[in-house]
Design a protein around this ligand. Sequence first.
Ligand code: AMP
Length: 470
Amino acid sequence: MTFESLGLDPALQRAVSDLGWPKPTPIQLDAIPPARDGHDLLACAMTGSGKTAAFLLPTLHRLMAQPKRATRALVLAPTRELAAQVHADLVVLAKHTNIRGAAIFGGVGMGPQEAAFRSHTDVIIATPGRLLDHMSQPGRYVNFTGLEVLVLDEADRMLDMGFLPDIKRVLAQLPAKRQTLFFSATMPKPISDLSRQMLQSPVRINVERQSLPAVGIEQALWPVAEALKADLFIALLRANVIGNVICFTRTKHRSNRLSDVLTRAGIPNAKIHGNRSQNQRTEALGDFKRGKVRVLVATDIVARGIDVEALEHVVNFDVPHVPEDYIHRVGRTARAEATGEAFTLVAPDEETDLRQIEKAIGRKLPRRTLDGFNYKHVPHERLEVPLAERIAVIRAKKAEDRARAKAKLERRGSSSSSSGGSSGGSSSGGASSGGGHARGGAASGGGGAPKSGSPRGSSGPGRRGPARGR
Ligand code: AMP
């Protein structure tokens, strides 16, 4: 089957042939014809399957058939990275058309995004939290009355991340008469329940298929003591057993620490996790894509949705707790039928989680050892500083800061009393502390006024703590 046989607009076929894609992937073959004909879809598709083009191409085809000045398609995605990636794919696929898209996510200014809504951008690709922020702004500039297509990308991930209430609030503000394309890597019960509420007589694609890593991925385990994981990882890099690699760690702390250890070992690396600003994440990913750094250390946030051409390796520095996470991380390599390797470093106390993964993928994974690596040596530094020790360091630092601030205040007090002449120690102390209070009052007053004004009230109940998905 060829792309020509899918009946897409010639401008879209040209974009596909510019990309050099030889033929549609299975999900594209199954999804494009019914979606092009206006049916709802319930599609079970993994990252790497070509799912993005499977929903973008028929959507673009539909928008091109009858041009209008309105936002006509909305793609909801769980993370900033995925929203940016879908937008990048749209730019490439729509390059011979007049269709425009905009990515809407948190961590960057609202202004340009507001302008995208106001100019009726054809396709909005948004994370749910930031979209709700815009929808509740006083200017009421988000207008979905002309919306024809809604896409949920990685619906299971959005539910995992707690976005169900946000999704429902967005849905309540969309026209009921629309086409809905529902994509999810897995179909647990909450997902099928949600899909039932949202879809009308959907065409089901691949729903029965168990989610397994794409073919072409060599998977292997590297058993090693927990304390020697970083050393083994570095040895694998130095021996070129591992090329360019995304390395997943269990926590942000471990990401930071591993990144430091790699830097000290002279291995160029970048890190990406939820505590990093959008700019830092974009820069880290860019450096990795351009080959400026060889290792991208990451927590789970980038496990889905990020598309890095020719990724040779994924390393699970820690065994993921749930098999789905393993499958998604491994799916980062060997995309769209290329080949790659996925390695997992396994400490003895991770064997139980590993057995669950092997059960889910239906086979035992091969175990490897690195020749010449001393599996018995004592590491010269610990990767992870235990939480209690970290807290003690933070407390000590705070106590030090407080002591320094106190000493400074006392120094000021004594210098003003010596320059203040006859007023004496106690009165100068009173003035100083009075000044301190006055400053404190002004600061909190200044902070309090706008709070009771717009920002909080305007973003309303949709505003929650974590920045994920914004
Ligand atoms: P996705 O599953 O949408 O994240 O896509 C995975 C990767 O496959 C992306 O790098 C796409 O550019 C690529 N891709 C999508 N469709 C095809 C195709 N028909 N042939 C070759 N590569 C493709």
